[in-house]
Ligand binder design. Structure first.
Ligand code: CTP
Length: 402
C-alpha cells in the first residue's frame, strides 16, 4: 500500500491564485487513499470554495475557527488527527504568521497546535518571494523543522518571469510522500538506483540503444524515498515521467553510468541496478555523421564492463535479470557472478512483463532462500516488495559488513 494510504492529511489553503491547484492536489491525494480535510483561510475562499474541496475529498472543508463542532475543540481535534499538515499554496502573509507564531484563524491555530510534520509550498509574485522578510520567515520555519517546497521559476500571474510558481501536483505529492515516509524502514540509509537504458553512440546522430522505459527503476526510486531513504537516481534514456523528491544524475552511456555508480555508491548502503546497460558499445564513435556508401556496413563492438559486478560488495547489491529463456538458471548464475544479494528475474518475452509495461511478473532470487515467485503486479508493488527485502537485508547486517 502506498505511503499515503489511510493517512490523515490536513490541507491548509491560502489566498493565492495557485489555490486552484490545491483542488487537484486534494483530489489526487484522495484517490491515493488519503483522508484529506481542508482548512481555507478567508482569502483562499475568494479563489476557491469549501465546496470544491468537499466535492473531491468527501470530507469537511473549514474556514471559520468558531465552526461549531460539538464535543471537541475543532482546531485541537484537527491538529491531533493529522499525520501531515500541508499548507499549499502558502502566501507570504501566512508564512509570516506561522513564523511569528500568530494564531488568528483556524489554519494558524491548528499549525500551532499540531505535533504532525508541517510542509509549506510558497506561491506568490517573485518580488514577494525574494523579499528578505519572506526569506527570513522561511529560514525561521526551516529551523523549526518545517519542510519547505521551493517554488519554481516561471511565468507568474502578474506576467513577471521569476521564482514563485507552485510546483505541479505530482511534485507536491512526491514531497508529501517523502515527509510521511521519513521515519520508514530505510530512514538514514542512502540508496542508489539506476533506471532506463544506455545509449552507445555510433556518430553524432545515431546510437545503439534498447527499449527500457525507466518505469521499473523509477518505481524503485520512489519506493525507496517513501521508505525514508535518501535516494540517488542515476538515469539513462527513459520515456516515463521522472520521479520527484530525490537527487537525479543523468548518465546516458554505460561508461558514464559506471562512473556515476562508482562515485555515488562509495557512501551508499544499497545499489539497485534496474538500468538496461548495453553490454557492448561501438569501438569508435565517428566524429561526423556516417554517410551512405551503397555498400554494407560492418560495426565492431567492444564489451562494456559489468557495472554491478565491479562494485565492491560492501553494500547491499540488487540486480535484475531480463531473460527470454532459462530464466532461473541465468538469474542464479548472475547472483554469483555479480556478487549480488538479490537478483530480480523477469521474462521479458511476456506481454505483461518487462520493457514499457506497467506490470511485471518477477522471481526474486537471494543467497539464503529458495526463489520467490511473485504474481503479476504493478511495478510500484514489485518495487515495494524489493525495497522491503532490501530493508530486511540491511536490518540483518548485510551491506557494510559484507
Ligand atoms: N548490468 C550492469 N552492467 C552491464 C550490464 C548489466 O550492471 N554492463 C546489470 C543490469 O543493470 C542488471 C544486471 O546487471 O541489474 C543483469 O543485466 P542483464 O542484461 O540481464 O545481464 P547481463 O549481465 O548483461 O547478461 P546477459 O546479457 O548475458 O543476459
Amino acid at each position: 500500500m502506498s505511503v499515503l494510504g489511510g493517512k490523515n492529511i490536513l490541507l491548509g489553503v491560502c489566498g493565492s491564485i495557485a489555490a486552484f491547484k490545491a483542488v487537484a492536489l486534494a483530489s489526487q491525494l484522495n484517490q491515493a487513499g488519503a483522508a484529506v480535510t481542508t482548512i481555507l483561510t478567508k482569502d483562499a475562499a475568494r479563489f476557491v470554495t469549501p465546496l470544491s474541496f468537499t466535492s473531491v475529498t468527501q470530507r469537511p472543508a473549514y474556514i471559520d475557527l468558531y465552526t461549531p463542532d460539538p464535543g471537541r475543540i475543532l482546531h485541537i481535534a484537527l491538529a491531533e488527527e493529522a499525520d501531515l499538515l500541508a499548507v499549499v499554496p502558502a502566501t507570504a502573509h501566512t508564512l509570516g504568521r506561522m513564523a511569528q507564531g500568530l494564531a488568528d484563524d483556524l489554519l494558524t491555530c491548528t499549525v500551532l497546535s499540531t505535533q504532525a510534520p508541517v510542509l509549506v509550498a510558497p506561491a506568490m509574485d517573485g518580488g514577494m518571494f525574494t523579499n528578505p522578510a519572506t526569506q527570513q520567515n522561511l529560514a525561521t520555519l526551516r529551523e523549526r523543522g518545517v519542510h519547505v517546497v521551493e517554488p519554481l521559476a516561471g511565468r507568474l500571474a502578474s506576467g513577471l518571469v521569476a521564482q514563485g510558481r507552485l510546483p505541479e501536483v505530482d511534485a507536491l505529492i512526491a514531497e508529501m510522500r517523502a515527509v510521511l515516509g521519513s521515519g520508514g524502514p530505510l530512514a538514514g540509509k542512502t540508496v542508489v538506483v539506476t533506471a532506463g537504458g544506455t545509449q552507445e553512440p555510433l556518430d553524432p546522430v545515431r546510437y545503439i540503444g534498447n527499449r527500457s522505459s525507466g518505469k521499473m527503476g523509477f518505481a524503485l526510486a520512489e519506493a525507496a524515498r517513501d521508505y525514508g531513504a535518501r535516494v540517488i537516481l542515476i538515469t539513462g534514456a527513459t520515456t516515463a515521467p521522472p520521479p520527484h523528491g530525490m537527487e537525479t544524475v543523468s548518465a546516458t552511456t554505460a561508461a558514464a553510468m559506471q562512473a556515476a555508480v562508482n562515485e555515488h555508491t562509495a557512501q551508499a548502503d544499497a545499489l539497485i541496478m534496474a538500468a538496461a546497460v548495453a553490454d557492448y558499445r561501438p569501438q569508435t564513435a565517428q566524429g561526423q555523421k556516417t554517410k551512405r556508401t551503397g555498400d554494407s556496413l560492418a560495426l565492431t563492438l567492444v564489451e562494456n564492463e559489468d557495472i554491478l559486478a565491479q562494485v565492491p560488495h560492501t553494500l547491499v547489491k540488487v540486480g535484475f535479470a531480463a531473460e527470454t529463456e532459462h530464466m532461473i538458471e541465468h538469474a542464479e548464475s548472475k547472483l554469483t557472478r555479480k556478487s549480488a544479494d538479490l537478483i530480480v528475474a523477469n521474462d521479458v518475452s511476456r506481454a505483461d512483463s518487462g520493457f514499457g509495461t506497467d506490470t511485471n511478473q518477477v522471481v526474486i532470487l537471494s543467497r539464503d532462500r529458495p526463489p520467490e515467485s511473485l504474481p503479476v503486479l504493478a511495478k510500484t508493488e514489485v518495487a515495494e516488495t524489493i525495497l522491503q527485502r532490501v530493508a530486511a537485508l540491511l536490518r540483518h547486517g548485510a551491506g557494510r559488513s559484507c
